[in-house]
Design a protein around this ligand. Sequence first.
Ligand code: FAD
Length: 106
Amino acid sequence: PADKEILGRATWTFLHTMAAYYPDKPSPMEQSTMKSLLTSFSQFYPCGHCAEHLREEMKVDPPKVESRRDLSWWMCGMHNKVNEMLGKDKFDCNKVDERWRDGPSD
Ligand code: FAD
């Protein structure tokens, strides 16, 4: 695609927000649907080498879908691996809810 950066920002916004609003206690069906969503996502993400890298990372560290908190942390970890690879700062995963769900407290 023409702009990997814009696609990346928009996609992370979607992925982190989805994780932030995932159920605290997902049903077995919700858990398996989320797993297949992420698997499908890593197959079709329209940046070929990004998708390939994501699939490799997901083999080593499979999605944690047992709760909202687990999924949010897992997603943060995935994003940090990409940040690291690109030489960007690591994000403090304690702040995922503030960033993607609640907004800043002040
Ligand atoms: P982004 O990294 O897009 O982040 C957007 C916002 O998310 C940040 O401003 C920050 O507020 C917040 N944030 C940052 N880190 C975290 C975190 N760990 N947890 C929660 N929130 C966070 N680009 C490449 O060049 N090569 C690749 O291989 C590559 N792989 C990618 C794989 C995936 C699955 C995705 C979605 C994107 C990938 N990208 C890749 C794009 C890249 O990650 C960035 O989106 C892009 O470089 C724009 O970066 P940015 O600095 O604007 O912020």
